[in-house]
Ligand binder design. Structure first.
Ligand SMILES: O=C(O)CC1=CCC(=O)O1
Length: 260
């Protein structure tokens, strides 16, 4: 699968599924690789050509020095679409992937059909949590924050019921390149995309997790009410809702993308 050059950064891109069908692009959360979408792949590849990629600083993509920004992440996506010669896609991004989706929906509307913005935020009023996390990771590596992060990703019930999936998610987080992780946290610490929301004209579905403390339902509601005509679906999940409620998540995505 191709490594695509975006302004000197090599991005690991994987394309699967129905050739020539409508295309869906999936975009990952902080500390996750394109593997986070495995629970959706069987169903979604029967309906769509599915593009996944590792955001710069993650997975098999290269790790250029920061600072990173939502604009940079958005331009990386446009470079992927240009390289693959794809005019227009549906977008589904979770957490940081949803933030990049907001930037793209407002700044490159001609490249996107429908948008799904899951477990995400447009604004962090207080950067303290991100600054504390940056300090903890600089001092002790990602291991210093891993248990706290995982308890935000998945509810206690799910972690108890699914220890192997939980261990796999933790291994993915721990394998993140530290420099890339820190550069992403820095971009998150200054996030404010509130002014972009009214510019988004694509049909948009916001997905939120009732138990998501990282990007709570109130953050999802701010996005839903800011984007003209957007709708919202609530799932019984913490932050990584596509893993915790994989079937309900896939159904919400497929239902929204196929509805006329
Ligand atoms: O990883 C986390 O702690 C939660 C999160 C917030 C933004 C994002 O991408 O992940």
């Amino acid at each position: 699968m191709p490594m695509i050059n975006a302004d000197g950064c090599l991005l690991n891109v994987q394309v699967d599924g129905r050739d020539g069908g409508p295309t869906l692009m999936l975009s990952n959360s902080l500390g996750c690789t394109l593997q986070m979408w495995e629970p959706q792949m069987k169903a979604l590849t029967q309906m769509f050509r599915v593009i996944r990629y590792d955001r710069r600083g993650h997975g098999k993509s290269s790790v250029p020095p920061g600072p990173y920004s939502m604009e940079r992440f958005g331009r990386d996506v446009l470079a992927i679409l240009d390289d693959l010669n794809i005019e227009k896609v549906h977008w589904c991004g979770l957490s940081m992937g949803g933030m990049v989706g907001q930037w793209l929906g407002a700044n490159a509307p001609e490249r996107f059909n429908k948008l799904i913005l899951s477990n995400t935020s447009c604004y962090y009023p207080d950067p303290t949590n991100w600054l504390n996390r940056i300090k903890a990771v600089k001092d002790g590596g990602i291991a210093a924050v891993a248990d706290t992060v995982i308890s935000g990703w998945l509810t206690a019930d799910f972690r108890e019921r699914e220890p192997q999936i939980t261990a796999n998610m933790k291994a993915m987080l721990l394998a993140s390149p530290v420099e890339g992780y820190l550069a992403c946290c820095e971009a998150l610490s200054t996030l404010d995309q509130r002014a972009l929301l009214p510019k988004i004209k694509s049909p948009t579905l916001v997905i939120a997790g009732r138990q998501d403390m990282a990007t709570p339902v109130s953050a999802a509601e701010m996005i839903r009410s800011g984007i003209p005509g957007a709708s919202m679906t609530l799932l019984d999940a913490a932050h990584i809702s596509n893993v915790e409620q994989s079937h309900a998540f896939t159904e919400a995505v497929a239902g929204f993308l196929t509805q006329r």
